[in-house]
Design a protein around this ligand. Structure first.
Ligand SMILES: [Zn+2]
Length: 520
């Protein structure tokens, strides 16, 4: 079915630049604290005196460990932990904030220890990105991590508007050896997630997973079936980094989880602190142990299971990045634009006759007898709507620029609560300005995803047909009816990603339609 939709790859200069969606709200830090007040989260039985003395100890010996009784999220009882004073925080397990000397610390003291109290409502985690992140060149990795959550999991990270509870991501030079630190689960108010200069995209994903409510994988209650710990190789003050917690693990044990320690974590001599076991026998650990690159499928499944219990608003648009690299869209040869528009109009006409909301070509063509047929995705009118939208409301894209109109339609769709959209490429003027036929997809019709261009087979950005075919093939490989590119792309620091709309199998049908009758 690979087809002959050939475009002259003639580069014209750049036409338009990515629409920066600068809606980011950056709030001044509301916490201005000061007094070294021991966090409220230690055991309710701890006396004021005990709190103060522990703080003093920690302050006098900045890297010293101090003993703290904590009832951690999801735990049924208190346990004693060694925690390390790092900057403003008391840190457990290397990077989990269990106390701070800011006044707003409801965490670990809430009387309600049910799962729900640490979950983010509606599976939506509001985020504030502090200006210090951008000032220290960390913007791209933070946005890349957020994009990975939004495109791969049920948990949706959105810019904070007025929500009471949110994660405040900021830069810190006071994290000691940690690349990042975070609280565990929703804690109430603006909770800190801090990153040091050694943080990577994987670090940010790891810390955000803590904020979402996940412990380290090797702390699971079933971990002794899968790993053996070697205390003799552990640094003495790190031995209780490996305490078992009840936690929120949802899937089976995952050596490759982005939440698992590496084999030599907290080793004092370079020898393994973690050995892998199957059926009580040592086995070589997989190379992926300690992965800080990407989510595993079990990480994704875990997040989805923990969060899909609640209804949520679809996470259907990219998290706006005020510092996104300004990528320029390649010019597309005008005749290629015109051919593509004609292909869309033909499909729109068939869709109209057959009472679908709309249809688009997937740009796969084949011979059927003497005719040439083209793959077409039809969208049901129960999950999408067709509308005439004034060109001005679309931002006045050039009427001759196929890709600019795709982008403009997608922006319009998202701004109006739809998941995505595409033009019919019919337009008219009924006397009050140009209106453009537009198909708008609801959340039941499709999903949106940012896909690395390499996963799409690196289609040339100025080749309309190649981009449609690659998006459609990607969609089909991932269990969808079909898909199309939004013609938005961006680089968050780890290569180009392309916006793709994935049409659900229940949303319509795929069919070959005759596009040229008779021999070519
Ligand atoms: Zn961690």
């Amino acid at each position: 079915m690979k087809a002959s939709f050939i475009l002259l790859s003639l580069f014209v200069t750049v036409i338009s630049s990515m629409q920066a969606q600068v809606t980011q709200q950056v709030r001044a830090k509301r916490v201005t604290a000061t007094q070294n007040q021991f966090p409220a989260k230690i055991s309710t039985s701890a006396t004021e005196t005990n709190k103060k003395s522990a703080v003093l100890e920690a302050i006098n010996f900045p890297n010293a460990y101090t003993s703290m009784k904590l009832r951690l999220p999801f735990a049924s009882e208190e346990k004693t932990y060694l925690v390390q004073k790092t900057g403003h925080f008391f840190i457990l397990h290397g990077d989990i904030i269990v106390g701070d000397d800011f006044p707003k610390t409801m965490a670990y003291s809430t009387p309600d220890f049910s799962f729900i109290s640490f979950q983010w409502a509606n599976a939506t985690m509001p985020i504030v990105i502090d200006p210090s992140i951008y000032a220290n060149g960390m913007g791209d990795i933070v946005h890349a991590a957020i994009a990975n959550f939004n495109s791969q999991t049920e948990l949706c990270l959105v810019p904070r508007t007025s929500q009471d509870d949110y994660v405040n991501i900021s830069f810190s030079m006071n994290l000691g050896t940690a690349a990042g630190v975070s609280k565990l689960g929703r804690q109430g108010g603006g909770q800190p997630l801090q990153l040091g200069s050694s943080a990577t995209i994987g670090t940010v994903m790891h810390e955000l997973m803590h904020a979402a409510g996940f412990y380290h994988e090797q702390c699971r209650t079933d971990r002794d079936n899968f790993i053996k710990l070697h205390e003799e190789n552990m640094q003495d003050d790190k031995k209780n980094q490996f305490q078992i917690e009840v936690g929120t693990a949802q899937s089976t044990y995952d050596y490759c989880s982005i939440m698992h320690y590496s084999a030599t974590a907290f080793s004092k001599n370079g020898n393994a602190t973690i050995e892998c076991m199957i059926n009580g026998l040592p086995v070589p650990c997989p190379d992926c142990l300690g992965n800080r690159t990407s989510f595993t499928q079990k990480d994704i499944d875990g997040i989805d299971k923990f969060y899909n219990k609640v209804s949520r608003f679809p996470c259907n648009s990219p998290f706006p990045n005020p510092n996104r690299q300004q990528m320029q869209f390649p010019g597309i040869y005008p005749s290629a634009s015109q051919s593509a528009m004609a292909a869309f109009r033909q499909k729109a006409d068939i869709a109209g006759k057959e009472h679908f909301a709309g249809a688009f070509p997937n740009f796969h063509e084949a011979k059927a007898g003497i005719n040439t047929v083209g793959g077409t995705i039809f969208i049901k009118s129960t999950v999408a709507v067709w509308q005439d939208v004034p060109l001005a409301q679309l931002g006045n894209p050039s009427i001759d620029d196929f890709a600019a109109r795709m982008r403009a339609t997608q922006n319009y769709a998202v701004a109006n609560g739809y998941l995505g959209g595409f033009p019919t490429y019919h337009h008219a003027n009924y006397g009050s300005g140009i209106v453009c036929g537009t198909v708008l997809l609801g959340p039941a019709a499709a999903d949106w995803r940012d896909v690395p261009i390499a996963e799409l087979g690196n289609p040339p950005l100025d080749d309309i047909g190649a981009r449609f075919r690659s998006a459609n093939d990607y969609a089909v490989r991932n269990g969808y009816l079909g898909g199309f590119p939004t013609f938005h792309h961006a680089n968050y620091g780890s290569g180009i990603v392309c916006g793709i709309i994935l049409i659900k199998k229940t949303a319509g049908e795929w069919r070959d339609v005759v596009i040229i009758e008779g021999p070519r």
